[in-house]
Ligand binder design. Structure first.
Ligand code: PLP
Length: 495
């Protein structure tokens, strides 16, 4: 992107100065979010001032219609692309990205299934009335209690992560006189992030069964093959198929395609060698969304088409019947459905030494260095409601939500109110110069892994989540109160 004349030398290269600070870059926002005639941000016609008045800030504002539309678009696009391959695709919404009973019920109503990875997530699914057959359970360290719960709920599948776990699932199911429906999570050595993927032979991570041959084993079997072989010997294991998940926030389909090819080739060789049929293959989630204007997510139809092409051609050249395909998108369904509404508090501008290469224009500081201003805009939340910038250096964007303005762009850093200098919400964004205390800011793309990762650091109450549909707003998770914060505190000992 072109940097225009008023770009700050402190801004990263990718960040362009917006031509219009009041404009909303559509890919980052839920459908139904726009500025009203008064210039205020509104969702489905409800102005953010009203949401603030009714529910307070910080607040997660989710568009139910947008969530449902994205869920449907994945289901429809993959069903369509895979219609002639395996008569459609099972789409499991990755509940870890954001889960509450309302969202679980929307998922079910839109014809998706639900992927969980703990007893707690199973409890939410159960409370929402989701049938066990439409649930899967992930996790690299499932407890016996979680495995038993999955069997109690008659889960559609347990995704087994290790040889050790396969053994435990088999024993627990055997003790109950049942057969557990199991997928094996494999690590195909494909790691993808955003625009690139890397392929490695050996895996050095906690998830999954490696497909690389183990040279310490006499027979040289990979952990993945050992698991398939073991699974065929247990009467209490019904081996449904194979699973992989290669990463997150991925834009290009090449990594998914390579992983699909590797898994299908492996599936074929296992079917031959062990005279078994593996009817299912799950290709995981990880589809990217737009957090900033330079992110370029692909429409579900494009991803589905690319993946279907590879599955079709690989199965044809292996001469196998294609397995039933499933996927597990989380972020790409819920991420852009939501923005976080904050109130602006303290403003502060610091002067920062210019990056060496650009020490051209700017003011001279006390030590003779050339300096440029960076404005810190503090909001009433922070790393407790969005840990992703701290955890992953994630970039976000923000707009002034309470009004439109003609004021000039100023490079800003949106920060929280926590006692950490790393407590950054938006590292670099151009906001209007006239942003003032009491203004409302909106940060888009906060539906996934924000509320889900929220904490009570500094005894801040976790924000509520409001869902907007057809012009009305309702809390789907209420915000915490001071009472909630003190609820589990057992008090001072009575001596
Ligand atoms: C996290 C995760 C997902 C979802 O990833 P997104 O990037 O949110 O789509 C799917 N499957 C597995 C196994 C995961 O761990």
């Amino acid at each position: 992107m072109q940097r225009n004349a008023s770009a700050s030398p402190l801004a990263p290269d990718w960040l362009a100065v917006p031509e219009d600070l009041n404009a909303l870059h559509a890919p980052m926002w839920a459908a139904g979010v726009e500025r009203n005639d008064a210039g205020m941000l509104a969702i489905d016609g409800i102005p953010v001032s009203e949401l603030k008045e009714q529910f307070g800030t910080p607040l997660f504002v989710m568009s139910e219609s947008d969530f449902r539309a994205r869920a449907r678009s994945f289901k429809d696009a993959f069903d369509h692309a895979f219609a002639d391959i395996c008569a459609g695709v099972d789409v499991y919404y990755a509940g870890k990205s954001f889960l509450c009973t309302a969202v679980a019920s929307w998922v079910a109503e839109e014809g998706l299934r639900l992927d969980t990875c703990s007893g707690g997530e199973l409890a939410v699914a159960a409370r929402a009335g989701i049938a066990g057959a439409n649930l899967s359970l992930h996790g690299n360290n499932k407890s016996d209690a979680e495995i038993r719960r999955a069997l109690d709920m008659k889960l559609g599948r347990i995704v087994v992560d290790s040889l050790d776990e396969l053994d435990r699932v088999a024993k627990i199911a055997e003790g109950r006189g049942e057969a557990a429906k199991v997928m094996l999570r494999l690590t195909p050595g494909v790691h993808a992030h955003t625009h690139e993927f890397i392929a490695t032979a050996h895996e050095d991570q906690k998830f999954g069964l490696s497909m690389a041959g183990d040279t310490t084993d006499e027979e040289g079997l990979s952990a993945a093959e050992e698991a398939v072989a073991a699974a065929t010997t247990y009467h209490s294991i019904e081996l449904l198929g194979l699973h992989c998940h290669i990463g997150s926030q991925i834009f290009e389909p090449d990594g998914f395609a390579l992983a699909a090819e590797k898994l299908l080739t492996f599936l074929d060789s296992m079917q031959r060698k062990y005279s078994i049929v593996l009817p299912e293959l799950d290709l995981g989630g990880g589809y990217g969304i737009a957090y900033t204007p330079v992110d370029t997510p692909r429409p579900p139809a494009e991803i589905a088409h690319a993946m279907a092409a590879v599955v079709r051609s690989t199965c044809a050249s292996l001469e196998i019947t294609p397995p039933r395909i499933s996927i597990e998108p989380g972020r790409a369904i819920v991420g852009s459905s939501t923005f976080t509404l904050y109130e602006v508090g303290t403003l502060k501008t610091v002067r920062v030494d210019a990056p060496a290469a650009t020490a051209a224009k700017g003011a001279e500081g006390a030590n003779g260095n050339v300096t440029f201003p960076r404005r810190y805009v503090s909001v009433d939340g922070g790393m407790s409601d969005n840990a992703r910038p701290v955890l992953y250096d994630a970039d976000y964007s923000a707009v002034l939500a309470s009004r439109a303005t003609e004021s000039a762009p100023q490079l800003s850093r949106v920060v929280g109110k926590h006692c950490e200098s790393g407590d950054i919400v938006v590292r670099d964004v151009y906001l209007p110069e006239d942003v003032a205390a009491g203004d409302l800011l909106a940060v888009p793309g906060t539906g996934a892994y924000c509320w889900a990762l929220s904490s009570n650091y500094n005894y801040l109450a976790r924000p509520g989540v409001v869902a907007v549909r057809d012009g009305s707003a309702r809390l789907i998770v209420r915000g915490e109160t001071e009472e909630d914060l003190l609820n589990r505190d057992m008090g001072v000992a009575n001596v």
